[in-house]
Design a protein around this ligand. Structure first.
Ligand SMILES: [Zn+2]
Length: 417
């Protein structure tokens, strides 16, 4: 496929990043910011210009379109490709000025609008694999928006390529663009039935060859300690301080593991992230994370036992515990459809890549979609240093992702991977 400035994905990417599409978790509207709709409408227009007649944008901003099957391939399962248009609320995405650093040779990349922003190979080992490639950064004041406009540009470029090359056999292909992924609401109104794909892939990953089909299973727990208040001058033998119960509970949490600051890889954790209270009542909010539901249950049990142990010596004190499901590991769903991963592996191998797996220590839209009935692993899109002013991507990685999308479409016409 093409490279350098003839790259359709890179050309699109350079255009899309100039749209400010920051989402906002404080907002009550959907999408959370009106400005996301500007890019979503533009994408819908561009899909129509490619000749995709059934392109729609609904009241929530979801863009959906079909690349029709090539003749004789109408019965191949419908496959979808999904990317999100919003960027992180953590770093400004207004006035992004993308810079293409052609033929990267290991030099430091100094971002011109803030000279303290320097992309160095020493801090970014993945840059070493990009020698000879064209690196895209922002100018130093904003994020770049590679997360996930790389994915958006790749899906668009693949759609354009497939529409222009009817000689490549493929079944019906659905394309979807979504808002508000960064604030965890990307799939809130996504109509899986209307999308109509049997399986899908999100393009929202990092390094070339990366394939993600495992993510945390997550719950939230609220532990409310109830104490007993009395006039502090006459409280002897009567007062039970909920503040002290809550503090004792936090104090007894494991020190050498089971916390965000002491775990990585496949290890889960419990994480008290908010605490509020007085003598009568003190509340601790916790996040529970693990890769298996049993691991989550074990952690919930441990916290419950600990909380009960803390109040036991105080008959006037008590504890209320509430546990809510946040999301689950998509592997539970994807294990039932091994062909979804098999086709992605085949496609990557055909594109000259060595696929590798990485577990996501968080949630993804793909995980939510998988449990909504649309099994959806995540593919690399070439995103690096996301949510940072040092965010970067490479033209050649984007072109590779386009090639992988096209090869996935072809692979599904050939049976079970
Ligand atoms: Zn993303």
């Amino acid at each position: 496929m093409s490279d350098g400035f003839t790259s359709s994905a890179a050309t699109r990417f350079l255009r899309y990043v100039t749209f400010d599409t920051q989402s906002d978790e404080q907002s009550g509207s959907y999408p959370s910011t009106e400005k996301q709709l500007v890019l979503l409408r533009r994408l819908a227009d561009e899909l129509k210009e490619m000749g995709i007649a059934d392109t729609t944008i609904d009241q929530y901003g979801y863009v959906m379109a079909t690349i029709p099957a090539t003749p004789g391939k109408e019965q191949v399962p419908v496959i979808g490709f999904v990317a999100h248009v919003d960027t992180s609320p953590e770093v400004s995405g207004a006035g992004v000025k993308p810079i293409v650093h052609t033929n990267y040779d290991g030099r430091d990349l100094v971002l011109p609008d803030d000279a303290s922003m320097v992309l160095r190979e020493a801090d970014n080992p993945e840059l070493a694999e990009q020698r000879g490639n064209d690196i895209i950064t922002a100018s130093g004041l904003t994020l770049l928006g590679s997360d996930d406009k790389s994915g958006v540009a790749e899906v668009m470029a693949a759609a354009e390529y497939l529409m222009a090359h009817p000689d490549i056999p493929h079944g019906p292909i659905r394309v979807g663009f979504t808002p508000d992924e960064e604030i965890g609401r990307g799939t809130q109104y996504f109509d899986v039935n209307r999308f109509g794909a049997r399986f899908a892939y999100t393009l929202d990953g990092a390094k070339r060859g990366e394939l993600e089909f495992e993510n945390f299973s997550a719950d939230a727990m609220t532990i409310a300690f109830k104490g007993f208040n009395a006039h502090p001058g006459y409280a002897k033998g009567r007062m039970v301080s909920a503040i002290k119960l809550a503090s004792e509970f936090v104090h007894r949490l494991p020190r050498n593991g089971l916390s965000p600051e002491t775990t990585d890889g496949y290890d889960g954790f419990v994480h008290p992230h908010a605490i509020q209270g007085g003598v009568e009542r003190a509340t601790i909010k916790l996040l529970l994370r693990d890769f298996t539901s049993k691991g989550l249950d074990d952690k919930a049990r441990m916290l419950t036992d600990l909380a009960e142990e803390v109040v036991r010596p105080f008959p006037a004190g008590s504890v209320e515990i509430e546990r809510r499901e946040s999301y689950r590991n998509m592997k539970e769903v994807l294990d039932r459809y091994p062909e979804v991963i098999a086709h992605a592996k085949t496609a990557m191998t055909r594109a000259g890549l060595t696929p590798f797996f990485r577990q996501i220590r968080g949630g993804t839209d793909g995980a939510r979609l998988s449990f909504m009935g649309l099994p959806t692993p995540n593919l690399f899109a070439g995103e690096h240093n996301i949510h940072s002013r040092l965010e970067w991507t490479s033209v050649q990685d984007m072109d590779k992702a386009v090639e992988v999308i096209v090869e996935i479409c072809r692979s599904w016409t050939e049976g079970q991977g």
